[in-house]
Design a protein around this ligand. Structure first.
Ligand code: 5GP
Length: 181
């Protein structure tokens, strides 16, 4: 596994391995299976960053489930949240009376997920929970409740496994952190 990579003008170093991510996906998928106890679930996948996480975690879910996709943009080309979140979906999402789990790549300030929840709540699902692969607890400071969390991390910028730096790096199997040395 490569220890350092260069994306645009920034250098990143290896932070979390593919194997650690696999183990976490298994843990989360099995926990969801247990908690929903045979009930059908709608997974709402937040584009673009959550795609790799979603496709891996749902393979560990032993329930009937359907998939919906939603788009939320906050960062643009920057490494910090712009504070403005746009939510969009391209197809009609039918979640009324259904159990919904939003699959998010990372919760940083929590603004994006809050905006997504507000949007989905208007559609009156039976229940609405969040599964996020990464959480920066020092940044979001409990502003939003996250029900399934893969890794709690420090407030640094990471890339790989779906997460980008100005649109590149999403295909990396491992996760890398900004190298400030
Ligand atoms: P929030 O609204 O919680 O501040 O930010 C959520 C969104 O910002 C995530 O869905 C993700 O697209 C982006 N984001 C937050 N932290 C990081 C990070 O460390 N790396 C990358 N690549 N994107 C991040």
């Amino acid at each position: 596994m490569t220890e350092h990579i260069q994306l645009h003008d920034k250098r990143f170093k290896k932070f979390i391995s593919k194997e650690e991510i696999d183990a976490v996906n298994k843990r989360l998928g099995e926990q969801i299976t247990k908690d929903y106890n045979g009930n059908e679930v709608v997974f709402v996948i937040v584009l673009k960053g959550s795609v790799l996480f979603a496709t891996d975690v749902i393979r560990h879910v032993n329930l009937h489930c359907t998939l919906e996709f939603i788009r939320a943009e906050s960062y643009g080309a920057e490494m910090h949240s712009s504070g403005k979140v746009k939510v969009a979906h391209y197809t009609g999402i039918d979640i009324r009376g259904k159990h919904v789990i939003v699959l998010e790549d990372i919760v940083d300030t929590g603004l994006t997920i809050k905006e997504i929840l507000a949007h989905l709540e208007t559609m009156q699902p039976a229940s609405l929970k969040i599964a996020t692969l990464f959480l920066k607890p020092e940044v979001c400071k409990g502003t939003v409740e996250t029900h399934y969390v893969g890794f709690e991390i420090s407030p640094l910028f990471i890339v790989g496994y779906g997460l980008d730096y100005n649109e590149i790096g999403r295909n990396l199997a491992d996760v890398y952190i900004l190298d400030n040395e």
